[in-house]
Design a protein around this ligand. Structure first.
Ligand SMILES: *Cc1c(COP(=O)(O)O)cnc(C)c1O
Length: 399
């Protein structure tokens, strides 16, 4: 018996453990200081009332012999898939209901989708980005190359014609940078994928945060149906991080090696996944009703106000950042040329504000820092005020 030796190649990531340890040490040493957490990568507002009502009705169905449900369909119930198809239509994208696979979240699908691809593929992953893509592909033993991002491209890396990749992960709006591709930029990625016979795995977990005229889906781009799979989630858009529901789109035109990836993904799910519970799918369908959209939008607006407050503060301080407008994340350059961890310590000890050091999301994150809008208005405003107090003086002296 041999274990999967690829696990030895995983780089230990103590980032969130280190953040928690340093924060707890600070609280123990400074019991009088009120720590504000702007490092939270999880929603903080409760579910929309219509969503909870639908979930409750779903539970009641299970109490009654006549409405009881056993195993769901692997790919999700039609009434949910139809609603998601209509949702795509609402921003001008035509996706058939039977191209949509309901899942227990985008994180699982980001990794599981690898089952339908050979281990021999080279995987291109932006840096910095959500660490799941890298670790899932290390576990699978695939060769990984990086698309480095930085201030030159405002953290939106573009394809390099000299680099040959088979699988490309893109995340827009991005976690952690909050940066979002425009139509022209995504078109370049689609063209690159088509030229290289590659497949784009497009993580659209934050599409509902988009406010500018930016693509909400990779399928806004011509040709994407022949080269892209889209991963979506109700986690950030509807507060489902604890409930668990997402969906993945595999268009029927997507063919590689003479096989429809749609059929391969169906077979994979039918083999290793037994579907999402009835009550959760009832709740998911409620998200896509007009009232569900209105109520979820209220929460998104709340986070948006927080993001804009942080953005305004950084504008006033003259600090470079991306994100905020179309994302719950703000990605700022650490002032005074501090490293990510130096700035973490500086912000914690002087302002009692916690954020996330950028280097936890890839080596190009060194010297940057992620703040999130997942907190209350009051605490976000207080944190912004404290940051201004500690940075204004020093930035003015420097300039
Ligand atoms: C939070 C997040 C997800 C959502 O994952 P779920 O499993 O649906 O909760 C997916 N991708 C990115 C980039 C995320 O930040």
């Amino acid at each position: 018996m041999k274990i999967n030796g690829n696990f030895d190649k995983l780089v230990p990531n103590y980032l969130f453990a280190d953040v928690a340890r340093k924060t707890n040490e600070f609280i123990a040493a400074n019991p009088d200081k009120k720590v504000i957490r702007l490092g939270i990568g999880d929603v903080t507002l409760p579910l929309a009332p219509v969503v909870v009502d639908a979930m409750q009705r779903g539970c009641e169905d299970l109490r009654d012999q006549k409405t009881f449900k056993g195993y769901p369909e692997y790919e999700g119930y039609d009434f949910v898939r139809n609603k998601i198809s209509d949702y795509y239509q609402s921003f001008g994208v035509k996706i058939d209901a039977d191209e949509i696979f309901i899942s227990d979240g985008a994180k699982s699908d980001c990794g599981n989708i690898g089952d339908i691809f050979s281990q021999d593929n080279t995987v291109l992953i932006p840096d910095p980005v959500y660490p799941v893509y890298v670790d899932a592909n290390i576990m699978a033993g695939r060769n990984i190359i990086y698309a480095p991002a930085g201030e030159d491209d405002n953290f939106l890396p573009m394809p390099d014609k000299n680099v040959k990749a088979d699988i490309i992960y893109l995340c827009s709006p991005n976690n952690p940078t909050g940066a979002a591709y425009n139509f022209g930029q995504l078109k370049e990625w689609v063209e690159y994928a088509l030229e290289n016979d590659a497949v784009i795995l497009y993580d659209a977990a934050y599409e509902a945060f988009i406010r500018d005229e930016l693509p909400r889906s990779i399928y806004c781009i011509d040709g994407a149906r022949e080269c892209a799979i889209e991963l979506c989630s109700l986690s950030k858009t509807a507060g489902f991080t604890g409930v668990r529901c997402g969906y993945t789109v595999v268009p029927k035109e997507l063919v590689r090696g003479g096989k429809k990836l749609h059929d391969m993904w169906y077979r994979r799910q039918a083999t290793k996944f037994n579907g999402v519970s009835w009550a959760v799918q009832c709740a998911a369908a409620a998200v896509f009703t007009p009232e569900g959209q209105r109520q979820c939008r209220k929460n998104l607006d709340y986070y948006h106000e927080n993001a804009m407050l942080i953005a305004k503060t950084l504008d006033e301080l003259g600090i470079y950042y991306t994100g905020g407008k179309n994302s719950p994340y703000i990605w700022m350059k650490c002032p005074f040329n501090m490293s990510s961890w130096e700035f973490f310590d500086y912000l914690l000890s002087n302002a009692a504000v916690v954020g996330t050091p950028g280097e936890g999301f890839g080596s190009c994150g060194k010297g940057y820092f992620r703040l999130t809008s997942f907190n209350s208005h009051e605490k976000t405003a207080e944190a912004a005020e404290r940051m201004k107090d500690i940075l204004e003086f020093r930035l003015n002296v420097n300039s």
